[in-house]
Design a protein around this ligand. Structure first.
Ligand code: DUC
Ligand code: ZN
Ligand code: ZN
Length: 466
């Protein structure tokens, strides 16, 4: 395999910013050295990439994607091939997607299905969480087996009755099992039983537009479910990771739990940081583009999310990438917002949007790398291979131009979806070059790797709990 030197860039990790050269050998980072130092001069690479004036950062780790997910009477529009390619364009070099247990089915069956979807098609490395939609004795036993083979986190839903929903007893049992086997419980925290009542009442009153999706899925019902999930985890003695936190009141529940020293973690997503109920209320049926759950909140909630990211009460920003085309998919919900497939595209834009947050002064450069690369890698047992730049780590490296300007648009993005949730948004910063295990995936505007380069990565257990 070729050896590569990346010279002259500002290397940014979660803990350091240093002008350094990086040597890549056999798909791994072999050394970092001060530019022009005797050490760096002794290197004899096959090729040199000039990163002068650029950032050199770890490839992003997106710990929450849904490729090819059957949901809402259709399926999310990115396959593993198109979705991981789009991830690579945006500087993300590892994704953790959610395999799904079907009701009445085994975890093994769901996991095998997801392996078959992904194998031989991915541009970048991938791993799996498991969605538990049917917690019964046999599924609990299977959790142990999955942890043993590198699927070390399990998502449960307090929402979507009849689909993914688990009741409190099932949740408690799964948490007890995770407490014993080292698994991390990921929670979709919304009170779905109460939400379904409000949905029925809204539709009966003729409130059918997309914006009512946001109104019935109340912030208080996210906060209540978050509180209940924390209490159940405390009773079970298990850690808890709350996915896609969107409401200020839910952040407050996490803060309270963490102040008590509980092993409770939180994730938010770019859509909650940059979009709001104003988008859901866009005229005509345009708001359908922004229907996801948890829903977008009024703009005022964003300050609490940014604060949570700064204070480490929220540790991770993932995308919950779950794209549905406007034409033919989102349109299933014309005249009934409850039939709009839930989900937003975003896997391509997370690194850029969070860099924009650096430019806007919400977070520091190091925190950008921490919440987008290092913390998700550690949270989901991918460190030290993924999420940082250090000798021995996989050479998943992004050369990032912090001064380039770009405008996000469906006409230029690479996700397989016919609209952009960020159409027309101007961003400062852009991915220039992406290496995945030392191989060039994106080379200054060209996609250069074959589908199938990406490998499955079995994971260790959560590295925040050791
Ligand atoms: N929320 C979404 O918006 N889409 C997929 C599943 C989920 O929980
Ligand atoms: Zn969810
Ligand atoms: Zn999700």
């Amino acid at each position: 395999m070729t050896t590569t030197a990346i010279r002259g860039g500002l290397v940014i990790t979660a803990t350091e910013e240093i002008l350094a050269d990086v040597l890549v050998e056999d798909g791994r980072i072999a050394a970092l050295a001060a530019p022009d130092s005797s050490c760096a001069q002794g290197w004899t690479p096959d090729r040199t990439l000039d990163a002068t004036g650029k950032y050199v950062v770890p490839g992003g780790v997106d710990a929450h994607t849904h490729f090819d997910l059957p949901f809402g009477g259709t399926a999310s529009s990115d396959t593993f091939e198109t979705g991981t390619r789009a991830a690579a364009w945006g500087g993300t070099t590892t994704v953790v997607d959610f395999a799904v247990q079907s009701r009445g089915g085994a975890l093994r069956e769901g996991l095998d299905t997801w392996h078959a979807k992904a194998e031989g098609t991915c541009a970048v490395d991938y791993a799996f969480h498991m969605i538990l939609s049917d917690v019964r004795e046999s599924s609990l036993k299977e959790m142990d087996l999955l942890v043993g083979e590198g699927v070390t986190s399990f998502k449960l839903f307090m929402a979507y009755p009849g689909v993914f929903y688990s009741d409190d007893g099932q949740i408690l049992r799964a948490m007890q099992r995770a407490a014993g086997n080292g698994g991390l419980i990921m929670m979709h925290a919304e009170n779905g039983i109460a939400i379904d009542v409000l949905v029925e009442q809204a539709l009966a009153a003729g409130r059918t537009d997309p914006r009512y999706h946001g109104e019935v899925r109340k912030a208080l019902l996210e906060a209540e479910a978050t509180h209940r999930a924390i209490a159940l985890a405390q009773v079970a003695g298990s850690p808890l990771y709350v996915v896609h936190v969107s409401a200020e009141e839910a952040v407050a529940e996490l803060v309270q739990a963490r102040d008590k020293g509980l092993p409770v973690f939180g994730e938010t997503c770019p859509q909650y940081l940059f979009l709001s109920t104003d988008n859901l209320a866009e005229p005509g049926f345009e708001g359908a583009k922004y229907v996801c759950s948890t829903p977008l909140r009024p703009r005022e909630h964003q300050a609490a999310l940014w604060r949570g990211l700064r204070t480490n009460d929220l540790q991770v920003v993932s995308t919950d990438h779950c794209p549905f085309c406007f034409s033919g998919q989102k349109e299933l919900g014309r005249g009934d917002f409850s039939k709009i497939p839930n989900g937003l595209p975003g896997v391509e834009h997370r690194m850029d949007l969070l860099h924009q947050a650096v430019v806007d002064g919400h977070i520091t450069r190091r925190r950008w790398i921490e919440i987008a690369c290092t913390a998700p890698a550690r949270m989901f047992g991918l460190a030290p291979r993924k999420g940082t730049l250090a000798p021995g780590a996989d050479a998943d490296i992004v050369i990032y131009d912090p001064h380039a300007r770009q405008t996000l648009s469906a006409t230029t993005h690479h996700m397989n979806v016919d609209y952009s949730a960020y159409e027309g948004k101007e961003i400062t910063g852009r991915v220039e070059t992406v290496l995945s295990r030392g191989e060039t995936v994106i080379d200054r505007g060209r996609y250069t790797v074959r589908a199938g380069h990406g490998r499955y990565v079995p994971r260790a257990t959560c590295q925040y709990l050791a």
